[in-house]
Design a protein around this ligand. Structure first.
Ligand code: PGA
Length: 247
């Protein structure tokens, strides 16, 4: 399966940084593109700027979140059709930082994924256990609960991405071992058979959590690892590119 390498810029940088990063990526893409799909998810105020900068390149642009309704009285929120309208093709939903900072539940994440799909976006549904849950040997139970609760059932496999991001590995420099990643990704694949049915093997399952140029190749070569969701290392064009080249 063709890998997806996605950069999650989170709440970093100002307009000039977003433009410089997008220009840097566009320049690298002009020199030839790695054999994977590429996506960047900038902060909301700079989505339009980045989408314009990357227009004509093969680097897709996505939102970091959307609301579970398509429009209405939701001050400060962003609707999936708005993201589509300004040129996004993907949206991250249920990132652990949103689950923690905004108390998002599995049901809310599923609603977001559903409106994203209806708007023509590919949702990247994030799941992952905390360190406490891992230490209590609850990892697979937590993943099963989140996948079953957050992934819309019966959706078209090619239009769904799931990202496994152990919370304790995000931004910490620690990554899950290849054996852990293989075990959790195999479990997600098994759960998707029940949820998506036919074609579930086409759902891309990304790994996220301190992916860097020096560990990307090993992580990306594991079974059922179909790409990466990259935070910190996606803020530097060269390091994001190096990760993409190892896919
Ligand atoms: P990190 O973030 O690569 O900085 O660990 C990954 C993510 O949260 O998507």
């Amino acid at each position: 399966m063709r890998a997806l390498i996605a950069g999650n810029w989170k709440m970093n940088g100002l307009g000039e940084d977003a433009k410089a990063l997008a220009e840097g990526l566009k320049g690298l893409a002009e020199g030839g593109q790695p054999a994977c799909d590429l996506l960047v998810c900038p902060p909301f105020p700079y989505l339009g700027l980045v989408a314009q900068t990357l227009a004509g390149s093969r680097i897709a642009v996505g939102g970091q979140d959307c609301h579970g309704a398509t429009s209405g009285a939701h001050t400060g929120d962003t609707a999936a059709p708005m993201l589509r309208d300004i040129g996004c093709t993907y949206v991250i939903v249920g990132h652990s930082e949103r689950r923690a900072d905004h108390g998002e539940t599995d049901a809310q994440v599923r609603a977001k994924a559903e409106v994203a799909l209806a708007a023509g976006l590919v949702p990247i549904v994030c799941v992952g256990e905390t360190e406490k849950e891992r230490n209590a040997e609850q990892t697979l139970a937590v993943i099963a609960r989140q996948v079953k609760g957050s992934v819309p059932a019966g959706m078209e496999a090619g239009r769904l991405v799931v990202a496994y991001e152990p919370v304790w590995a995000i931004g910490t420099g620690r990554t899950a071992t290849p054996a852990d990643v293989v075990q959790v990704h195999a479990e997600i694949r098994r759960l998707l058979v029940g949820l998506v049915g036919e074609g579930s093997e086409k759902v891309r399952i990304l790994y996220g959590g301190s992916v860097k140029p020096d560990n990307a190749r090993e992580l990306l070569s594991q079974a059922n690892v179909d790409g990466a969701l990259v935070g910190g290392a996606s803020l530097d064009a060269e390091s994001f590119w190096a990760i993409a080249e190892s896919a």
